[in-house]
Structures are given as structure tokens and as C-alpha cells.
Design a protein around this ligand. Sequence first.
Ligand SMILES: [Zn+2]
Ligand SMILES: [Zn+2]
Length: 171
Amino acid sequence: MPLCPCQTNLVARVKAPLAYSDCCQPYHKGVSKAETAERLMRTRYSAFVLINPEYIVKTTVPAQQALLDIKSIESWAHETPWAGLEIVQHTPKLGKRHAQVEFKAYYNEANKMDDLQAHHERSTFVKVKNKADNTERWYFLDPTVDMSVSQKQPCICGSGEKFKRCCGLYL
Ligand SMILES: [Zn+2]
Ligand SMILES: [Zn+2]
């Protein structure tokens, strides 16, 4: 049973790492839905390692999905020699519907332990309510996507608040 990519880390060994089937796979298959931003972050990292750009698109806030370049996500995933994920800090509640996850995604250009590099980032996630069935779901807010939305327009997440008071605070 292969270990889940989010459970292996060359820098800090994970105690009792989970198999892929017990960790991110049910989310990638759409059987489970991420209950927290940290869980969504982990499944997105694993999707990069396993080169599943569709999952990356699907877990980005719906208003941004059409603006993502799936081919470049795919080639970036291919070209990066991933070496593990470390969740530095999870801030589960940031205002009414946002959360942040600070993480380090390690990669290794030369495949040498002493040559590890890290993307050290703080990602913001938004909880969006599906009005049809009244369920909530976490999505990644991509700060690199160029959105032409004015500060006074209704927010892209569908919250009904003005953009500047909602996701605009983090984009
Ligand atoms: Zn995992
Ligand atoms: Zn919003």
C-alpha cells in the first residue's frame, strides 16, 4: 500500500504515516469532502504530486476555475521533484468564512537531501455555501489569478458581501 504523498516528508518524518487509500484518495475520488482548510491543502499537495490537475482546478473557488491554465498546472506538477509537505500553521477561523494554512512544500532539484528547497506560503481558503442543497465546501483562493472585479461588487465566493469586505481582503 503506497503512502500518501502528504504523509511523506524528507525533512521531518511523519509518525505512523497513512496509506494513500486512508488519506487523500477518498477526496481525490470525490467520496469525501474536505472538512477543514488544512485537509483541503493536504489533498491539493497530494494532487500535485500525483499529477491530478483536475483536482487542483475543482478545489479552487468556482469563480476562478475558468481562469486557471490546467496545462501549466500540469506541467508545473510534472517538473517539480516534490519532497514532502509540512503544515506550519492552520488558522481555521479567519473572519466568518475564511481560513489560512501556512505550509512548506519541499522539492529537491538535484535529488540530494542537503539541497532541499521549499515553497513557503500562506494560502487562504473560503467556505462556500451551496444554496441548492445547503452544504458548505472549502475552496482555495488563488491570489495569482487576475480577477476583474471591483471592490464594491458582490464577492466572487457568492457570500453576498462586497468583494472588498470578503475575499478581497485576501486577494
Ligand atoms: Zn494525504
Ligand atoms: Zn468572498
